[in-house]
Write a protein that binds this ligand. Structure first.
Ligand code: 5AD
Ligand code: SF4
Length: 471
């Protein structure tokens, strides 16, 4: 048994990151058994689930989307805010119930919650029916843990979570959700330690993959017909800084663009590591999409400082303007936290001021949620939850106003759309994304799934567009 440990997770040493090759020498011991996989949280987690899915398929499992039919439940969890926790523990209640009727059901928990000391302690004490806990550093141990469980036939809980700074795995196989778009990890972990954030603890230190390995993956995806890739990292602009190989994110972007894959996206950007040279590369290549997710978090210099974000309101706006000037038709979205401990009305008004200045295409907005072990969670807070909720509402009203206004500007214009599939609610429609990452529903167009086609925007709403094929 290996339990997670917060003090270990906080450490950053000069220790060399190892590149490890994942081995696939296990048997189809679970032939005809069914698994149910539920994923919470960000794109990184969704991509990890594609890795998990591959291991399960290679073990002989088939996927089901009916919990009651499953022989194995895997919850890939998120720890970013408290409500993510609540959802997982709520769902665990259902699994517990099912296990009463079906004692042979295996329940496994992975993802960021598994990396939290207090959560794993709670699972150990209060949820003994959970069979396996695995962490974000050892996803590839899942087959081993399942096989051990099968062989031992015991009720013993297997907890295998490492609070190491982390390695880089290569040779990972994925069972990808889509045949059109794909995620590509370019780095793992984060060294920024923003004071509210749990990610540097759950995901370990920043480890970049080697440029040649990333390029090889992109080239393979291209050969296999993928149209769009999204480069993934907690802080993509810091790519390469840990490698000392003489290349950085702008070089990576340029080399990926030169593979000729049709669409390239990347998330998430951190303003502190975003250079003018990076903006120039994004502007230079047609296949790098004019879309940037640039978290602001707060517009108040005082709060930004307390958050450890390393930029001021003015510096953020300067970067924003430069991106807007250099990249034609760029769309920029953001993340904003309201109610950081002791945020005043004046601090909050500074945030609204940035929203008014930048007029984001859209924004993800959150009420600050204290995460155990982070520095911000130790600050005594004098703002009531009612006040935080009011601020969130005021912020959302403003954000939605600009989203609609930005989308309305597209009405009547023709935009390039990668069509991804049929609209689930309306079979007469298909859906896709514009180059600027706006969701668009299109009447007809079933023949164009998997292609990039010009679409006329007919109606704009706050969160999506409607469009039609241009004839
Ligand atoms: N409370 C609220 N929101 C948070 N985020 C990260 N940590 C917290 C927290 N403790 C938000 C940030 C980040 C996004 C992924 O989640 O805005 O950019
Ligand atoms: Fe968290 Fe900050 Fe790292 Fe983003 S950059 S993952 S907010 S610590």
């Amino acid at each position: 048994m290996h339990m997670p440990n917060l003090n270990e997770a906080r450490k950053r040493t000069e220790e060399k990151v190892l590149e490890k090759k994942v081995e696939y020498n296990f048997s189809k011991a679970f032939l005809n058994k069914k698994y149910f996989l539920r994923t919470y949280g960000c794109q990184m987690n969704m991509h990890d689930s594609e890795e998990i899915r591959k291991y399960l398929e290679l073990l002989g499992f088939r996927e089901t989307n009916v919990l009651e039919e499953s022989d194995l439940v895997v919850l890939n969890t998120c720890a970013i805010r408290e409500n993510a926790h609540e959802k997982v523990f709520g769902y665990l209640g259902r699994c517990k119930h099912l296990k009463r009727e079906k004692p042979e059901l295996i329940i496994a928990i992975g993802g960021c919650m598994s990396q939290e000391e207090n959560v794993v302690h709670e699972i150990k004490m209060k949820h003994p029916y959970v069979d396996i806990v695995f962490g974000t550093h050892n996803i590839s141990d899942l087959p081993k843990l399942l096989l051990e469980k099968k062989e031992a036939q015991t009720k013993m809980q297997e907890i295998e979570v490492y609070s190491i700074e982390g390695d880089v795995y290569e040779n990972i196989k994925y069972s990808r959700d889509s045949k059109i778009t794909a995620w590509v990890n370019i780095m793992y972990g984060c060294d920024k330690f923003c004071t509210y954030c749990i990610v540097p603890y759950t995901r370990g230190k920043q480890r970049s993959r080697k440029l040649e390995n990333i390029l090889k993956e992109v080239e393979d995806l291209k050969i296999n017909g993928y149209k769009e890739i999204t480069l993934l990292g907690q802080n993509v602009n810091a790519y390469g800084k840990d490698l000392n190989e003489g290349y950085d994110f702008k070089d990576l972007l340029e080399r990926v663009a030169q593979t000729g894959i049709e669409r390239i996206r990347f998330v998430t950007s951190h303003p502190w590591d975003f250079t003018e040279e990076m903006i120039d590369v994004i502007a230079k290549y047609e296949n790098i999409m004019p879309y940037i997710h640039l978290p602001l978090q707060s517009g108040s210099d005082r709060i930004l400082k307390l958050m450890g974000r390393r930029y001021t309101k003015e510096e953020y706006i300067k970067l924003f303007r430069s991106i807007e000037e250099k990249i034609p038709n760029v769309s920029i979205t953001t993340d904003i936290i309201v109610g950081f401990p002791n945020e005043t009305e004046e601090d909050f008004l500074e945030t609204l001021d940035v929203v008014n200045t930048c007029q984001f295409d859209s924004a993800f907005t959150f009420i600050y949620s204290p995460r155990e072990g982070t520095p911000a969670s130790k600050i005594k807070d004098n703002v009531t939850i009612e006040e935080k909720e009011k601020r969130l509402q005021r912020l959302n009203d403003l954000v939605n106003h600009y989203s609609l206004e930005k989308n309305k500007r597209l009405e009547g214009s023709i935009v390039p759309v990668l069509i991804l599939g049929e609209n689930e609610k309306d079979k007469n429609k298909v859906y896709g994304y514009t180059d600027t990452m706006k969701l668009i529903n299109i009447t007809g167009g079933h023949n164009f799934i998997g292609q990039i086609v010009p679409i006329k925007v007919t109606t704009a709403k706050s969160f999506s567009l409607d469009g039609e094929i241009v004839r």
